[in-house]
Design a protein around this ligand. Structure first.
Ligand SMILES: Cc1ncc(COP(=O)(O)O)c(C=O)c1O
Length: 491
């Protein structure tokens, strides 16, 4: 049993007093206090066990002993900056490079996903000599100023935001909810043509494209799987304009997609980005990240004449931890597990979709899976409140899942890679029960799934009380409180 320093209420009070109010907790009306974790399980102050379906940082499992011990051993010996020669730095760079196509051979080690993406932008600006960046709608790339500007997921929340004239937002290549859907004959070309139009319009204004940046699979954007061939076509347009392609693998890298180590590889061997950024899973919770690029881009960056120095990036402890993570992925065949369990999870969710009108779409690769909830399958009306209800009620049953996407109606799975078939069965069984309850309360049935967005909806009450969304079955009986905030809390 783990110990706690303060009782939960005192922790809450101290947090309110001393931590910035814009730093949100999950389930703000009844936050969870976690005191220890192992594998895919987290434990609260009462030693109650939660199944973690969302933490892609604890990639090889929370507190993995091999990772902890590699970090501790190196800490005992030495930790210093990369201005000294150290074998861990070069050995780790070699190990990472071995997972990538040959031309991605030069590493810059940094400390967070944001730092990695910010540096990627600097590389692109310096190498191309251009200024403009193309990003995808609903994208999130990090919390520093340069990245908020290219993160519609964030800047859409600002009412008084000034549009940066050097940032262009392309359509998210979402074939379920986007402009070109699964019935389009060639969505990859249609979405890539949108990027081509942006390039042409920028040129007409005398602007030049430095980079196109995108997650290989959009995560905060709603677990979006771009159509095959999309990135190849985008790369043609962007490179023709003298820009580079940056693949953000901060959420989706390191074997999560099961069939490949990197999610950009899902597009085929004929697509290789110019810059890849890595974060979250890379250190299994230890703050570290990396930018990998080509020799040409790296030399272009050096040509500025400015040294690049990063106090913590690539220190011997981080590199030891990074190597231990790679070892565990290999030794425990976690990429294989992601493929097997992820396929099984997707299959269970697909089966569930057959029964539930609220489930509009199931999509995923490996252990990166989304279930999009809709009030009306034909209109694809986002079932935002219902998704929040599912998350809340799962939490009551000690299963941690989150809902994301522009409408916060996509249940997203991205668990530690040791997630098991039993875990998948448990999570889906609970979601199944919750959906059954919600649909009964709403009077939703298959095949006529329509619930009017106006008067005829069975949902009568939709008030808020002390941070609870009260959710009614129309008989004055509250089903359960759902999460209050309509703002997004990323995971
Ligand atoms: C796709 C993506 N890129 C970059 C980042 C930024 O990473 P960090 O929070 O480590 O700075 C995030 C964080 O959520 C992310 O989801």
């Amino acid at each position: 049993m783990a110990t706690e320093l303060f009782d939960k209420q005192k922790t809450i009070d101290l947090r309110r007093k001393h931590i910035g109010p814009s730093c949100k907790v999950f389930f703000s009306h009844d936050p969870i206090k976690i005191v220890r974790a192992r594998g895919q399980y987290m434990y609260n102050e009462k030693d109650e066990k939660y199944l973690d379906c969302i933490n892609n940082v604890a990639h090889v499992g929370h507190s993995h002993p091999a990772v902890v011990s590699a970090g501790a051993k190196q800490m005992e010996l030495l930790n210093t900056n990369s201005r000294f020669l150290h074998d861990n730095l070069v050995q780790y760079a070699q190990r990472l490079q071995a997972t990538l196509p040959d031309k991605l051979s030069v590493c810059y080690f940094v400390n967070s996903g944001s730092e990695a993406n910010d540096l990627a932008l600097r590389l692109a600006w310096q190498y191309s000599g251009h200024k403009d960046i193309i990003t995808l709608d609903n994208a999130y790339h990090g919390h520093v100023s340069s990245l908020i500007e290219i993160s519609p997921y964030k800047f859409h929340q600002l009412a008084d935001r000034e549009q940066n004239p050097h940032v262009h937002t392309a359509l998210s290549p979402d074939v379920y909810r986007g402009k070109f859907r699964e019935d389009h004959p060639d969505p990859a070309t249609a979405y890539a043509d949108d990027v081509k139009d942006i390039v042409n319009k920028a040129h007409e204004k005398g602007h030049k494209i430095a980079a196109f940046i995108a997650e290989s699979l959009q995560s905060c954007g709603g677990q979006v799987i771009p159509p095959a061939g999309y990135f190849q076509k985008v790369a043609q347009h962007v490179r023709k304009a003298g820009g580079v392609v940056i693949a953000d693998e901060v959420q989706v890298g390191f074997g999560r997609v099961g069939t490949h180590f990197w999610a950009f590889q899902l597009q085929g061997d004929d697509f290789v980005p110019d810059i890849v950024t890595m974060g979250k899973p890379i250190g299994n919770g230890h703050p570290m990240s990396c930018v990998v690029t080509t020799r040409e881009v790296a030399e272009g960056f050096t040509a500025s004449g400015m040294e690049y120095f990063n106090t913590f990036g690539g220190n011997p402890v981080s590199c030891a931890i990074g190597m231990a993570v790679l070892d565990v992925i290999e030794q425990e065949n976690l990429q294989g597990n992601a493929l097997e369990v992820g396929t099984y999870l997707t299959h269970l969710l697909e089966e569930m979709k057959e029964k539930h009108p609220l489930v509009g779409d199931i999509r995923g690769r490996g252990l990166f899976v989304g279930a999009e909830l809709v009030r009306d399958r034909a209109k694809r009306t986002p079932a935002t409140a219902e998704a929040q209800e599912v998350i809340y009620r799962l939490k009551e049953q000690r299963i941690l899942l989150s809902a994301d996407g522009p409408h916060r109606n996509v249940l997203k799975f991205k668990p530690p890679m040791c997630f098991s078939r039993e875990d998948a069965e448990l999570a889906v069984e609970k979601i199944d029960q919750i959906l059954t309850d919600i649909e009964a309360a709403l009077g939703m049935t298959l095949p006529d799934t329509a619930v009017s967005e106006h008067g005829s909806s069975k949902r009568k009450a939709h008030g808020e009380e002390n941070g609870h969304h009260m959710y009614s079955n129309g008989k004055g009986h509250s089903l359960a409180p759902a999460a209050k905030s309509t703002k997004r809390i990323r995971t």
